[in-house]
Design a protein around this ligand. Structure first.
Ligand SMILES: NC(=O)C1=CN([C@@H]2O[C@H](COP(=O)(O)OP(=O)(O)OC[C@H]3O[C@@H](n4cnc5c(N)ncnc54)[C@H](O)[C@@H]3O)[C@@H](O)[C@H]2O)C=CC1
Ligand SMILES: O=C(O)[C@@H]1CCC=N1
Length: 272
């Protein structure tokens, strides 16, 4: 997407998206970022060459697409500061905020706004993200194509017809990288506890996760079968897997993802 994009919020997720877009050929001159924290603003300009502004009102004029990348808790207030400009310019608005619905955003921005709700994740920085997308009824085919181009530049996209499912997307793939990072922390800690030197523990765990993720995505074989192929009957893996299963790992993962989904709905309800 080579049209001008204004990011409102230049924090962790905006940084991942901007880094991914620029490294995939989006001209930095077409990206504007509003971020009140000077250090973040300066780093975005230094690292990616994008134009940076202190306030949203400075970044939005003439942007074809406005990406709302602030925390859900401040979204209502931020939208109120943008409503007049959005009503005047009619940009495509893409929100990446957890929980906040397209109808809330439309209302906060003054009504009759083309809003796409997107849930990306931080591997976007490497072009290895995945984004769930939902378009409100007001978004036309060009708006959908523009949102698709924006997020497809930084990874895979999955469109949903039912907005209620966006909280589940958030719980699975938006938050999901953190679950893998937690697993990595736990495996490294365990490896060190079993006597491995920290550097060796780190290399063994990180390359194992990378190799396993590549097998999952490149082998055409499902996760359960790949797991079976590692698990020799009566061997070491079986001992570990039985420990995970008897400890309730599957139920725990489900409970964690459910808690994240419920939290998304709470974030929406807390911002009527
Ligand atoms: N971090 C992640 O992995 C993901 C985050 N998200 C969503 O992205 C949004 C941002 O999350 P993060 O980047 O993690 O948070 P963050 O706190 O790193 O970034 C938010 C940024 O917005 C800035 N900000 C606050 N008020 C502002 C205003 N009035 N105008 C412009 N900027 C303002 C803050 O200074 C901060 O740098 C959230 O709504 C979150 O739900 C979505 C997918 C993944
Ligand atoms: O933790 C959060 O609320 C955000 C949304 C998905 C990832 N980070």
């Amino acid at each position: 997407m080579s049209k001008t994009i204004a990011f409102i919020g230049g924090g962790n997720m905006a940084r991942s998206l901007i880094g991914g877009l620029v490294s995939r050929g989006q001209p930095p001159a077409t990206i504007r970022v509003a971020e009140p924290v000077a250090a973040l603003r300066d780093a975005l300009h230094a690292d990616f060459g994008v134009a940076v502004f202190e306030t949203a009102a400075q970044a939005v004029p003439d942007a074809a697409c406005v990406v709302l990348a602030v925390k859900p808790q401040v979204m209502h207030a931020v939208c109120q500061t943008l409503a007049a400009q959005v009503q005047a310019d009619r940009p495509l608005v893409v929100s990446i905020a957890a929980g906040i619905t397209t109808s809330q955003l439309d209302r906060w921005l003054g009504g009759d706004v083309a809003v796409v709700r997107a849930m990306p994740n931080t591997p976007a920085l490497l072009g290895a993200g995945v984004t769930g997308l939902y378009a409100a009824a007001r978004v036309d085919s060009q708006g959908r194509a523009d949102a698709e181009a924006l997020l497809a530049a930084v990874g895979k996209t999955v469109w949903l017809d039912d907005e209620a499912l966006m909280d589940a997307v958030t719980a699975v793939s938006g938050s999901g990288p953190a679950y893998v990072f937690l697993l990595a922390e736990a495996m490294i800690d365990a490896a060190i506890a079993e006597g491995l030197p920290p550097d060796a523990a780190r290399t063994l765990v990180l390359q194992t996760l990378l190799g396993a993720a590549r097998m999952l995505t490149e082998s055409g074989t499902d996760a359960a079968e790949l797991r079976r192929r590692v698990t020799s009957p009566g061997g070491t893996t079986q001992a570990a897997i039985e420990t995970f299963e008897s400890g309730g790992l599957r139920a725990l993962v489900h409970a964690a993802i459910h808690a994240a989904r419920v939290r998304g709905a709470e974030l929406s309800a807390a911002n009527p």
